[in-house]
Design a protein around this ligand. Structure first.
Ligand code: PLP
Length: 459
């Protein structure tokens, strides 16, 4: 008999989960103004809000926590981190920050000014926020195939070179500070970018004198997909593929809360000395001195180990197979999800799932609330609420996709949890035609409204 696949690690420590009743959840979500971010964690049974900072650290990482060096300047833990990044990504200059958006804040303070345009593959929400905050504009150049959730394409994170070149021809060089490639592409569904595309984007950008920035949160998961799906790299180790990927980047921002396998942290990395020097000043102002940037020494030490572990094939295989396991269960139940299954999350196509809810009433949010009430599972809306209003017209922007994201924390849940999630979603699916009303906004913030928005039921 062929031996089945199983996890490449075992459990040393556990954490209690809180069960609740349907009646309790109906009350709790109402008090939370139908915003899943406003629930307390003990009101949630299985938390799929995000895979960001929610992973479990290894015994090696906890050991590194104990030996972290808390020196203000020149800490040994900083050099462990810096050397790891240099080894993996071949960048000489590294600036720690407290998380990914802080890296964006510091680096974009160097790069961006009012009126600039920043092309890329579906910029992440904080990335777009930091671009628009500087009165610059993000231009989405993702391939069209990414928008068809039923289409099977191996690299739906790829950039459309024609769309990119159009931007390069339309705007003068000095108005385009960089091209941002997000690996894997979060917004379009945790979809990878191929080496072939990374290389082509780099070459095209350099032809026009424009540097390339990798938004690197899930760079290791991207490398795993390259190994599996891009034939030339089949025999390469993940670390070799990562090095190859970063040949085609001039700089990187990182949210270490994803593939860093730590609970908090981020960094900027580059080989451009001028950009690094300028970023140092902003880092000192916003984050902390250049050898800690808002991170404790022990956290940098744990991150150095985490980056090593997350770029090992066995870890990535366990991780991504679990996401696939959940996705395949949902497919089996006929539930419409984004194909192919992404690296860190399942994206449920809410428009297909709930055909009777009008888009003005926030379809994906409605589905998220239903799933919470059904099973105490917390997902997150990637739809109209997240897409926010157009900064000029102040009208709601309706994105091409209304998705409910079920993000899977790293090394946290078992496949029994995946079975539970799939069953709860199936129960909602079985009563989908009875769900024909959504929600309306009672209050919202002027930027990044999804975190704090307050809703009420449409009656
Ligand atoms: C999470 C994330 C960020 C922002 O990082 P934080 O650590 O949450 O501040 C930026 N880009 C991408 C692609 C991300 O996934």
């Amino acid at each position: 008999m062929e031996l089945p696949f199983c996890e490449s690690y075992k459990i040393k420590m556990i954490e209690q989960l809180n069960r609740s009743t349907r009646e309790e959840r109906i009350e709790w979500i109402k008090v939370a103004k139908y915003n899943l971010f406003k629930l307390t964690s003990d009101q949630v049974f299985i938390d799929l809000l995000t895979d960001s900072g929610t992973g479990a650290m290894s015994d090696r990482q906890w050991a590194a926590i104990m030996t972290g060096d808390e020196s203000y300047a020149g800490a040994r833990s900083f050099f462990e981190l810096k050397n790891r990044i240099t080894q993996l990504m071949s960048f000489e200059y590294v600036l720690p920050t407290h998380q990914g958006r802080a890296a964006e804040n510091v680096l974009f303070s160097v790069l961006m000014k009012e009126g600039m345009v920043v092309p890329g593959n579906s910029h992440f929400d904080t990335t777009k926020g930091h671009i628009e905050f500087r009165r610059a504009k993000a231009i989405d150049c993702t391939i069209d195939e990414a928008c068809d959730t039923s289409l099977n394409h191996p690299f739906k994170g790829n950039i459309d070179l024609e769309k990119l070149e159009k931007v390069y021809k339309e705007y003068p060089r000095e108005m385009i500070p960089c091209c941002i490639v997000t690996v894997t592409c979060n917004t379009s569904g945790g979809q990878p970018v191929s080496i072939e595309n990374l290389k082509a984007v780099y070459e095209l950008s350099h032809k026009y004198g424009i540097p390339v920035l990798f938004d690197s949160a899930r760079f290791a998961e991207n490398a795993y997909f390259i190994k599996l799906r891009e034939p030339a790299y089949k025999e390469w180790t993940i670390k070799q593929i990562v090095r190859e990927m970063y040949k085609y980047a001039d700089m990187a921002t990182m949210s270490s809360k994803k593939d860093g396998l730590v609970n908090i942290g981020g960094f900027i990395a580059t080989n451009n000395e001028e950009i690094y020097r300028k970023a140092c000043t902003f880092n000192i102002m916003f984050e902390g001195y250049v050898t800690y940037g808002g991170m404790a020494g022990r956290d940098m030490a744990a991150l150095a180990v985490g980056l090593d572990e997350s770029t090992e094939f066995d870890y990535l295989e366990t991780r991504i197979k679990q996401v696939e396991y959940l996705g395949n269960k949902l497919i089996e139940y006929g539930i419409p999800i984004q194909y192919p299954i992404g690296g860190h999350a399942i994206f449920v196509d809410a428009t297909k799932f709930l055909p009777n809810v009008p888009k003005e009433q926030f379809i994906a949010q409605t589905l998220g609330i239903e799933l919470y009430i059904e099973g105490g599972i917390r997902g997150v809306e990637i739809g109209t609420i997240l897409a926010d209003r157009d900064p000029e017209t102040r009208q709601n922007r309706y994105p091409k996709l209304e998705l409910l994201r079920l993000a899977i924390p790293r090394r946290v849940y078992t496949n029994n949890h995946m079975d539970y999630i799939a069953a709860a979603l199936k129960n909602v699916y079985d009563r989908r035609f009875e769900i024909n009303k959504g929600y309306e906004i009672v209050w919202e913030a002027p930027i990044m409204r999804h975190f704090t928005v307050e809703l009420k039921k449409v009656v």
